[in-house]
Design a protein. Structure first.
Length: 479
């Protein structure tokens, strides 16, 4: 009897085959170090505990005002949108500049229901319709009638952005429009739709938008906490949904489109179909975020769909780190919190500061703030102790704590006002600048150290792999 070929395979051969297999896997399939997994789980549990338990408890105890919880809920709405932006841009490589359009479509769908008596509206019909707008004075237009039902408004808030994104994506992406040309077309679409929604003939309130919703949603504590918790739960579910996509074979195809689309054509794929899918999912996520945004603000206007808002959504994802879902969520919350503080403290110069933030992110934080966490993970995987590697993320933790206390109104009094210069810059911003400088220094130093260690490890691996080949050829050291 002949021996099975498997019996000739030694343990070293099996180990070598396993190493080759793992080295050939993409970053989506590699299993991280067990210590890294534990740190991820611990960080996620702490964040969920703070958002689900601490914020409501501080609000009930009177430490955090109701309006701060309401604003935090609005930040979470943008975090849902950021997940869609990251799926489109971070994983598929499509820089879409019309996500604010899909966000506003979902917001308008819910606002139309909330403007009517069935949704708690203050008037029988929206107040602007009491005037003679092209023969519709005092009457509810036919296309408004289905929005009397909450179920239809909920369906429309998801379906309309999804269908819009699918049709638009199919028409554009099927023609292999990509790169900067795709971005310009999406920007033009957002601008054209904004101009259209500003017209009174659309019977959607024109530039004033829709308002006069059920007042307790923005004034009653029970409503505020309920909407906040609902938004947080939807955000968690949306994150898990997107994570299931990017961890699947579909996610690997999206990454392949981003990295080398041409090769997929030779492999028999149709990349445009996957692009349309990503754009549709991103549009629906934006619509869901918009539906949750309307009741928490009490008003929706065409301003929410202009090109500037779409660009800011891209900046949010870049700030957190594109290609990482949790980075997009953190970037959205941190950016909206920083923007809220800047608009109140620097009403005349906040746009310049916003632009400066965008430039700094592009120049010094190409991986976003999440790059600090990834740097820590690489150090742990390379063999460093968890305690020593954790020093890397201290600046990131400091930034998060600073903006969290600012967003919840917990910033100490001595950091809010300088007694010597009451009209000058608040001391908290000097602290913020110092923290950002520390973040930059830590990020640069850790990048250099990590790259150096990776280079040494790579050289050692090459040497180790070359020795068996030299021995097999009869060449030994010193001969």
């Amino acid at each position: 009897m002949h021996e099975s070929p498997a019996s000739d395979v030694t343990d070293s051969d099996a180990q070598r085959a396993q190493e080759l297999f793992q080295s050939s896997q993409t970053f989506l399939m590699r299993m991280p170090d067990i210590r890294v997994m534990r740190m991820r789980m611990a960080a996620g549990a702490i964040v969920l505990l703070l958002l689900y338990a601490l914020v409501p408890l501080l609000n009930i105890a009177g430490k955090v005002p109701d309006y701060k919880v309401n604003i935090l809920g609005q930040y979470l709405c943008y975090a849902i949108v950021a997940l869609g932006v990251d799926l489109i841009w971070g994983y598929t490589g499509l820089l879409s500049l019309c996500q604010a359009l899909f966000f506003a479509l979902g917001a308008y769908a819910m606002a139309m229901h909330l403007s009517l008596p069935e949704g708690g509206g203050q008037y029988k019909i929206p107040q602007f319709m009491e005037f003679a707008y092209y023969g519709h004075g005092g009457q509810l237009p036919a296309f408004w009638q289905p929005f009397r039902h909450f179920g239809f408004a909920l369906f429309a808030g998801i379906a309309i952005p999804g269908i819009f994104a699918t049709l638009f994506g199919f028409l554009i992406l099927r023609s292999r429009v990509r790169g900067v040309y795709f971005s310009i077309i999406t920007q033009a679409l957002a601008a054209a739709t904004w101009l259209l929604m500003c017209r009174n003939e659309m019977l959607l309130g024109g530039t004033n938008g829709l308002t006069n919703f059920y007042r307790p949603m923005t004034a009653d504590r029970r409503w505020i906490i309920s909407l906040y918790l609902l938004t947080l739960t939807v955000l968690v579910l949306a994150y898990l949904f997107c994570r299931s996509i990017v961890k699947s074979r579909l996610g690997r195809v999206l990454v392949a489109i981003r990295d080398k689309e041409t090769r997929l054509y030779f492999a028999g794929y149709k990349p445009y179909a996957f692009k349309v899918f990503a754009l549709a999912v991103g549009g629906m996520l934006a619509g869901i975020g918009g539906m949750l945004y309307s009741p928490q603000t009490g008003i929706i206007t065409p301003q929410q769909m202009n090109v500037e808002e779409s660009i800011l959504m891209v900046v949010m994802v870049a700030l957190g780190g594109r290609g990482r879902l949790w980075g997009a969520v953190c970037g959205a919350i941190l950016f909206r919190a920083a923007r809220s503080s800047l608009t109140s403290d620097f009403s005349g110069a906040w746009l310049l500061v916003e632009g400066l933030i965008a430039v700094v992110v592009v120049l010094f934080f190409s991986d976003g703030f999440s790059g600090l966490w990834l740097s820590m993970e690489r150090q742990i995987t390379a063999g460093q102790s968890v305690l020593r590697a954790s020093v890397t993320i201290i600046p990131l933790i400091a930034v998060c704590l600073f903006l969290a206390t600012e967003a919840l109104g917990l910033t100490p009094r001595f950091l809010q006002v300088d007694p010597a210069h009451p009209q000058g810059i608040a001391p908290k911003y000097y602290v913020l600048v110092a923290i950002l400088i520390a973040v930059g220094v830590f990020h640069r130093l850790n990048s250099k150290v990590t790259n150096k260690r990776a280079l040494i490890a790579s050289a050692s691996s090459v040497t180790a792999n070359a020795e068996p080949s030299l021995e097999a050829a009869g060449i030994k050291g010193g001969s």
